[in-house]
Design a protein around this ligand. Sequence first.
Ligand code: UDP
Length: 266
Amino acid sequence: MTRRRQIYEGKAKILYEGPEPGTLIQYFKDDATAFDATKRGTINGKGVINNRISEHVFTRLTHIGIPTHFIRRLNMREQLVRQVEIIPLEVIVRNVAAGSICKRLGLEEGEPLPHTLIEYCLKDDALHDPLVTEEHIACFGWATNEEMQDISAMAIRVNDFMAGMFAAINIRLVDFKIEFGRIWDGDFSRVILADEISPDGCRLWDMATGEKLDKDRFRRDLGGEEEAYQEVAKRLGLLQDDGTPGEVLDLTAHRKLRGKSEKPKK
Ligand code: UDP
């Protein structure tokens, strides 16, 4: 058997060449890093859970018309995705003050923001992912103004959808990071959601107790990170108490079931 070609290895994922041109396989590792990868560790089973959570969120976002790179989950740790040209920006959406914005602006953690805030950081480890403005993005050509309009509109839609999805399971969506990529069709390109959405890149607090159910448990040495990730998956209906996959309310499955009982249309 030939080994498949590795395209890229990041902190939490590996990308392999996909089965068809224009596709990649995204492999989710258990490795966790924080503070510019100066803190490293593993969270047992994280890759499996993040693969499931990201599949769930991307599938539901597709249902509301957000274009994403996700094609399908292949197995416990891998998913098939469309190959994109990554836009070198971390798009951060904030509803509540936490993390770096507190230090930067002297805000108290947990303070709701007057309105949802979008921030952009340049994806550059050597520069420690600096915060940049839309002026910088246009000036250095990291994305066009038209692409930024699409990106900010999609970021707000993703936030509205996810805030509701998590509120329904008693989780407060404090903030999150998403990434976008370009796909080309001849001379034309469009922007789609890429990377992953999981407790690695979101701040998720229990609505009643304020307990952190995300990577801050690892960043801040709070312990219980495995249980926290599992808790999010359980509340989303993706994992049962005994650790077996949950019966999630999958809209596609629903439609298929309904389709079967319906008489064929003429
Ligand atoms: N985030 C991320 N990757 C990064 C930086 C931030 O996924 O390289 C996420 C982080 O998990 C949080 C949000 O983006 O949900 C805002 O992070 P913040 O700027 O507060 O940075 P941090 O405090 O994590 O350094």
